[in-house]
Structure formats: structure tokens, C-alpha cells
Design a protein around this ligand. Structure first.
Ligand SMILES: O=c1ccn([C@@H]2O[C@H](COP(=O)(O)OP(=O)(O)O[C@H]3O[C@H](CO)[C@@H](O)[C@H](O)[C@H]3O)[C@@H](O)[C@H]2O)c(=O)[nH]1
Ligand SMILES: O=C(O)[C@H](O)COP(=O)(O)O
Length: 314
């Protein structure tokens, strides 16, 4: 692991419990910072209502604006979200001169025009067993620490009975890509997670891929724009969400790979780095574990002197 990553993990990884709500409210009053929460939603009628209700019930003093960005739902997402107390904005209503592209990144991008908070907090609308600490945990450092500009949530992701088996695209595509090409981001536990908060002053300067590449892009571009010390992560426990099938995840993986590829010329990859994965230790904290990646390649056998006596094969 890069020394810089170890240093960052010690300085910029927190737990949601580190900043109680009254401390956040005091910081919000002192600094006058306003907070917008945005839920991108495509056919999430089953889950969006409860998420909105919990935020309204537990965080009414922290959250100034709660918006569900409807990404073209054909179910009752908009009605359910509005009934629970969110402001619902359809993607077609924002910037009507520009027909919207399909995809999650598109509605996140449009949400910057539709909202006004100094801090913008994105939360997926398909979360189950949602708790308010998903929002307060990641908004917290932005209220209390002026040097922090971008905060990701980190959590366990249960899958098929495995307590932390989820995040398949994260583990198979995003983490290896980041370790190889942006090793300064190797300490981020959940690089693709949909729960993150950032200062508007940063987000408004970054490009947004319209699809599922948006999280990887924002992370890489935030690093390049604001520097590693402006990034942070907060442990909010366990995340339950709707799991997509293998083919859908294949399309997501392709979008993420394409997003990385566009940025590769700017990547600071060193070609051979350890892969850092995360486990929880006995105290419950996330700990990084280095795994050596053997990426060496053997030359074509016909170039090996010991092989030469074989002569030529046709
Ligand atoms: O065209 C779309 C697709 C999705 N969504 C919403 O975006 C959120 C996340 O989408 P989902 O399909 O549940 O993504 P995951 O399979 O959970 O993918 C993970 O990885 C993605 C790629 O980084 C991230 O965008 C997700 O937040 C993250 O949870 C949900 O509220 C969706 O309703 C839209 O608004 N529009
Ligand atoms: O973030 C990811 O890696 C993908 O959304 C897949 O998540 P899952 O394995 O938890 O379904």
C-alpha cells in the first residue's frame, strides 16, 4: 500500500457515531451550510417511500431540501415519494432544451440544477432497512471539517447469505482498476456505493457520465481536482439493496470500464501494485489487506534460447 494511502486511511476514515447529530446541527448553524439530499429513482416504488419518511422524521433539522429525481419511472415511484414528503422532479423538467439520456448519472447531473444546497448528498432509492445515519454520517465531515469536500459511505454488503459478499462489480472491476491505475484511491472501501455527499463547489466543476460510470468518474475527478486529503469515508454499518442479475452487472461493468478508459491517460498507475481489499477486524473496523498481484508475462516460447533447438514449426 502507498504510504499516502495508509496516512489517508488514518486521517480520513470515520464512523457515523463519531459525530452525533447535535454536533452536526451546531456546525450547520455556525457555518450556515445548507444541505440537499437527492434520491435518483427508476421504478423504486417499493423502497423510496420509507427512505423519504425516515429522512423527514429523523433529519428534518439537518436536511433543507429532499428531492427524488425521477429517472423515467413507469411505476408509482413519483406518487409514493411525494406522499412521503419529498419534492419529486422528473428528469424532463430540468434543462428541457436538452433531451435527457437514460441513466443514473444523467439525473444526478440534472439534480445540481434542480437543487440549491451547499452540500449535496446522493442516496440510492432502492435501499432496504435504511437508517438516517446513511445521510448524517456522510454529511457530517462536510459540516465540521472545512478541508473535506467529498465523502463516501462505507458498509458491509450482504449477498445470498454471505454477510459481505455483495458489491460484485466493485470487487471484480472497480477495485482492481483503481488499484492498478489510481492507487491513491485504493483506500476507498466502497468506490461504487451510491451514498456520497460533496460540496456543490466541487460537484459543479466535475463532468458526469450519464450512466453507471458516474461514481467512478466523480471519485477519480474529485481526487484530481481537490486532492486526496479532501476525500473521506464514513462507516455507516450495513447496506441492503436490490441486486441486479449478472447480465445487468455486465453492462454496468462495461460502463465503468469505459469511464476508466477515458481517464486512463491521466491515471497515475504504476503497473504493478498490490491489490488492497478490506475485511472487518475483531473490533468491527475495516482493515486493509494487501494482496500481491503477479502481472508478469512470459515471452513467446520461440524467443527462449532453450527452445531454439526444437527448430521451426509451421
Ligand atoms: O437509469 C437509472 C438507473 C438507476 N437509477 C437509480 O439509481 C440508484 C442505483 O441504481 P441500481 O440499479 O440500484 O444500482 P446498483 O446495482 O446498486 O449499483 C451500484 O453501482 C452503481 C455504479 O457505480 C452505482 O450507481 C449504484 O449507486 C450502486 O449501488 C437506484 O435508486 C436506481 O433507481 C436511476 O435513477 N436511473
Ligand atoms: O456495486 C456493485 O458492485 C454492484 O452494484 C453489485 O452489487 P451487489 O453484488 O451487491 O448486487
Amino acid at each position: 500500500m502507498l504510504d499516502e494511502v495508509g496516512h489517508w486511511l488514518r486521517r480520513r476514515s470515520w464512523n457515523a457515531a463519531d459525530r452525533p447529530l447535535d454536533q452536526l446541527l451546531a456546525a450547520k448553524r455556525r457555518t450556515g451550510t445548507t444541505v440537499s439530499v437527492v434520491l435518483p429513482a427508476l421504478d423504486e416504488e417499493e423502497t423510496v417511500g420509507r427512505i423519504v419518511s425516515v429522512i423527514r422524521r429523523d433529519l428534518s433539522a439537518l436536511v433543507d431540501e429532499l428531492v427524488v429525481m425521477d429517472s423515467g419511472s413507469t411505476d408509482r415511484t413519483a406518487e409514493v415519494a411525494a406522499a412521503a414528503g419529498a419534492k419529486v422532479i422528473h428528469r424532463d423538467e430540468v434543462l428541457p432544451r436538452l433531451p435527457p439520456s437514460p441513466g443514473k448519472g444523467e439525473v444526478l447531473w440534472r439534480s445540481l440544477l434542480a437543487t440549491h444546497g451547499d452540500v449535496v448528498c446522493f442516496v440510492d432509492a432502492d435501499l432496504r432497512e435504511f437508517s438516517a445515519s446513511f445521510v448524517s454520517g456522510i454529511v457530517g465531515p462536510l459540516l465540521t471539517d472545512p478541508d473535506v469536500a467529498f465523502v463516501k459511505a462505507m458498509y458491509d454488503r450482504p449477498l445470498d447469505g454471505l454477510p459481505a459478499g455483495g458489491g460484485r462489480v466493485t470487487e471484480l472491476v472497480a477495485r482492481p482498476l483503481l488499484n492498478l491505475h489510481w492507487p491513491r484511491l485504493a483506500g476507498v472501501v466502497q468506490p461504487l456505493g451510491g451514498e456520497y455527499a460533496a460540496r456543490r463547489s466541487l460537484l459543479e466543476r466535475l463532468p458526469f457520465p450519464v450512466g453507471y460510470g458516474v461514481e467512478l468518474a466523480l471519485l477519480i475527478d474529485a481526487l484530481e481536482t481537490a486532492g486526496l486529503d479532501a476525500l473521506a469515508q464514513v462507516d455507516v454499518g450495513v447496506r441492503h439493496h436490490r441486486h441486479q442479475d449478472g447480465q445487468a452487472l455486465g453492462r454496468m461493468a462495461a460502463a465503468i470500464y469505459a469511464t476508466a478508459e477515458r481517464r486512463l491517460p491521466r491515471g497515475s498507475g504504476r503497473g504493478l501494485t498490490p491489490l488492497i481489499q478490506f475485511d472487518r477486524d475483531a473490533s468491527g473496523a475495516f482493515v486493509p489487506r494487501d494482496h500481491v498481484l503477479v502481472t508478469e508475462e512470459r515471452p513467446p516460447m520461440r524467443t527462449v534460447p532453450e527452445y531454439a533447438p526444437r527448430g521451426t514449426y509451421v
